[in-house]
Design a protein around this ligand. Sequence first.
Ligand code: CS2
Length: 469
Amino acid sequence: MARLTASTPLPADVGKPGYDRAALKPGIVHLGLGAFHRAHQAVCTDAALEAEFGDWGIVGVSLRSVDIVHDLRAQDGLYTVVARSAAGDDARVVGSVIRGMSGTEDREEILSLMAHPTTKIVTMTVTEKAYGYDPGSGGLDRKHPSVAADLADPASPVGVVGYIVEGLSRRHAVGLPPFTVLCCDNLPTNGRIVRRLVIEMAGARDPALANWIAAQGAFPCSMVDRIVPAATEETRERAEKLLGAADKLALDTEPFLQWVIEDHFISGRPKWEAGGALFVDDVEPYEKMKLRLLNGTHSLMAYLGQLKGLEYIRDVMAVPEYRALARRHMDEARKTLDPVPGMDLDGYMDELIQRFENPTVAHKTRQIAMDGSQKLPQRIFAGAAEALAAEGDADSCAFATALWIAYVMRTPDLDDPRRDELCAAASRSAGNDPSAPFFELPGLFPQALMENGAWRARVNAELEKLNAG
Ligand code: CS2
């Protein structure tokens, strides 16, 4: 079957870019061309362009992979997103990504584009582990491979922070304003974290550059939400049937999309509100809500599913006892949240349950279970520490922690950047304090949890139950 390209005639029931794509010029460089970006920000940008056309085309950069970039070129930047629910499939061909580039093949071109006057915003979705953030110091983890490489050779970056610093440095050198840096990863106060990492790395090469970024830069925080499972052969086959053309980049997702952004942009932005984005003064309450209610519960279910042999989140939700555990976790996490402006938290939680149950979304527990060391601090541990400080209940967080430890102990091919340390901890686990080697890992648990004997005993009790069962 012929490949999807700009000249493919699309069926009437498939959504398509409602603007003159040939006239679209780049204004955004996006780092991290994975499924999440393509089904979230790119979709929202498509709607923004339709509502108010402007020079906001996205040049998508994959820092490592070349295949996706080649596929994108072969399809003129086009791909399909199918929003799936029990009510049916809603397919849309997205046009906002006008080009792909790969860090492996096109580094110089990427940096030139970042330093070009037309680039107004650099956005990213590179996952938690890519930043080289040291939660202990709040700054750069100088042992992180790409951080170390970019500190040693800043003009030829390989990591996300290195690219941003080199791009900003080139703009500084020619008297251009900085681009706005918009982080779209699941980190709390993501903009503030990235700002600190960028300024620290810039300061290591040129204090004047760091001062300029600190004074002139903009790093709005944002909370992003859409469940986007990794694409499979089935995803591609479905898209092919809907389109009548082959699409190697097709994605399945859910109908839901949320994006909450601090409205602080140096040189303008697309009309993202047309795609459902909400602009607010302070994203933090929304981030906490999402990280603790959605992502925390997701992680709990992912480890539970992995331990019980359940492949998808929807399978975990189909077991009444496990569904109740998900609900219990949300009820506990909710108590640690401040009011969230304009949000009805009960309604949000009910909707989450429905989203997790969506029978048409095949979200693998294995996918969510990866990188636990990078995810649990903000999803589980921070909320547990706050709940205990307020003399509240953190039993479900103890249960989630025990599930993760049991999963680490039983998974020989663990997918986590701290794999070696975690496996070493697992091999030291023994006696009546089996979680102790995990609590000893640096920069993982907050001090308050490390020092809370009663909560640790609870983790151990849950772990023993899991190990016995
Ligand atoms: C998931 C998230 O993989 C994971 O860890 O919890 O990717 C989740 O699906 C998204 O944050 C939803 O917005």
